[in-house]
Design a protein around this ligand. Structure first.
Ligand code: DGY
Length: 320
């Protein structure tokens, strides 16, 4: 019997692929830091039963219609805004993502970004690298306190809850906004549910953890930034599409808000000459929310488990 063919859209470590070599005929794009060109993806997908893909692949309507023979597209991310899920459903293609395994890791990064932005860690480190430090000075790189401040989490899913736990450890007051109330979080972490606008007005730190959907598109727009305090710090660790970047730039430049920490952007990779990157009160990261060796390995394994289940006629572990 021929083995199902799987195409992996980025080079991943051989030792992660090896355990599945008996079960699948595995082909893989040869580069780890460059996405597969569209024509090669289309060509490889034609012969494949399943795809293990990254968030950099656009699995849109045309692609899915052309590849309706695929059994599964396993996205190596918790977010799946790169995939037309409705069309996949139409075509009978299973879509899976990688929730849970990246929750704590992404919450760690969120908190690291919050701290780096509030305490101006990157700026301060660059200062030494540029050999500018001459004297200790009382207000040199004076940032904002984190402990006992108020954090407003927009999107109280698994990652939001893990961020809230960290915030609790810092003695912060926790406010959140979400489509539905999270009574468990309210009880265990004394988190307060709040209307979006009220949360914006009251938070010292506003953390975006909402998925990118038609409802959340540019949720953080001019009006939203106008409601924030001039001392507030905005953080985005979900998807770039939820922010109107021009409005954010304006809010930062005019000191409508104090600073921003951004792990995600409308267009990725963002270039160094982008106005947001040039601002001193912005910390930027190259979308590394879940990037630890342990978690990326777990994410690959979840993808394989899902592919294996679907190719064997079983239910996937983490369907979208
Ligand atoms: C995800 O999994 O959606 C994250 O953005 C990747 O870091």
């Amino acid at each position: 019997m021929t083995k199902p063919r799987i195409y992996i859209t980025r080079k991943i470590p051989a030792e992660l692929v090896e355990p599945y070599a008996n079960q699948f005929d595995i082909r893989m794009w040869e580069k780890t830091d460059e996405p597969v060109p569209r024509d090669i993806l289309l060509q490889e997908s034609k012969q494949a039963d399943g795809l293990l893909c990254m968030l950099s692949e656009r699995i849109d309507k045309d692609f899915l219609m052309e590849n309706s023979h695929l059994k599964i597209v396993a996205n190596m991310a918790v977010g799946y805004d790169n995939i037309d899920v409705d069309e996949a459903k139409q075509q009978g293609i299973t879509i899976t993502n990688t929730p849970d395994v990246l929750t704590e890791t992404t919450a760690d990064l969120t908190f690291a970004l919050l701290m780096a932005t509030a305490r101006r860690i990157v700026e301060a480190s660059n200062y030494i690298e540029k050999d500018l430090w001459r004297n200790w000075a009382p207000y040199l790189f004076a940032g904002s306190d984190i402990h006992h401040k108020t954090i407003g989490i927009v999107g109280m899913g698994r990652i939001g809850e893990a961020v809230a736990k960290r915030a609790k450890g810092f003695g912060m007051s926790i406010m959140y906004h979400n489509r539905s109330r999270k009574y468990k979080v309210e009880k265990t972490l004394q988190a307060t549910y709040m209307d979006f606008n009220e949360l914006l007005a009251k938070s010292d730190f506003i953390v975006s953890l909402v998925p990118s959907t038609t409802e959340t598109n540019e949720l953080f727009n001019h009006d939203a930034f106008q409601k924030m305090k001039p001392t507030s710090i905005f953080l985005n660790v979900s998807r770039g599409a939820v922010v109107d970047e021009d409005a954010l730039y304006e809010a930062l430049q005019t000191k409508q808000i104090k600073a921003a920490g951004l792990d995600v952007f409308k267009e990725e990779p963002i270039r160094a000459n982008h106005p947001l990157v040039k601002l001193e009160n912005v910390v930027t990261l190259p979308h590394i929310g879940s990037a630890t060796t342990e978690t990326r390995t777990d994410m690959v394994n979840v993808c394989f488990e899902n592919i294996s289940a679907v190719c064997n006629g079983l239910d996937p572990k983490t369907p979208v």
